[in-house]
Design a protein around this ligand. Structure first.
Ligand code: GRF
Length: 186
């Protein structure tokens, strides 16, 4: 049985959002942290916290085969919600279908603005007054699914992509656990 309150987090790197989701877990439980990079810094942190981890390098494994193994790992733990947190791999259409409506992601822009990469540089370049972050449902189309929640961050004069990223990241760490808690219980 898939329990929406049991969450599997997918990461590829430092995992600061994953840490926020673990530390601020309320109304949901982190049942697994999974990664396509066995040396992802976030895995070590999760393990030290007693959170179960799973990793499998994607090199040499077919895309859908990989996603079927990942899905099995989630299924075996009765996970019902998948939270992407810096997972740098496009999920196969098979996986998106299998977990339709149950995958969420955090993106560092006020969607529908700036899908894809380099969001902070693009917002500064466009002289936007506001940036921010969005939690959305994952569909086949990149960063295009239903937006579940957003937080705004003002762009200050003299901001660089790095300085803006820092403030948006802090906002992400507040937003994601709050929205995930609502989503897992809706
Ligand atoms: C964050 O900026 C998030 O919005 C984006 O990828 C980055 C992940 O950072 N999807 P972290 O691994 O959570 O620190």
């Amino acid at each position: 049985m898939r329990d929406p309150k049991r969450v599997g987090i997918l990461i590829s790197g430092r995992g600061s959002n994953m840490r926020a989701l673990v530390e601020k877990a309320s109304g949901y439980e982190i049942a697994l942290v999974a990664s396509n990079k066995s040396d992802a810094a976030g895995l070590k942190w999760a393990r030290a916290r007693g959170v179960e981890t799973w990793s499998l390098e994607s090199k040499g494994v077919g895309k859908e085969d990989y996603d079927r193994l990942l899905s099995k790992a989630l299924e075996e733990r009765s996970i019902g919600t998948v939270a992407l947190a810096g997972f740098m791999r496009i999920l196969s259409p098979w996986f998106v279908e299998e977990w339709r409506g149950r995958i969420v992601n955090i993106h560092p822009s006020l969607l529908p603005k700036y899908r894809g990469l380099d969001t902070h540089a693009r917002a500064i370049e466009a002289r936007d007054a506001l940036s921010g972050c969005s939690v959305h449902i994952v569909t086949e189309e990149l960063d295009a699914g239903e937006v579940l929640g957003q937080a705004e961050v003002a762009i200050e004069p003299g901001d660089t992509p790095q300085s803006l990223e820092e403030r948006v990241l802090a906002a992400e760490h507040e937003l994601y656990p709050r929205v995930l808690s609502k989503f897992a219980n809706r």
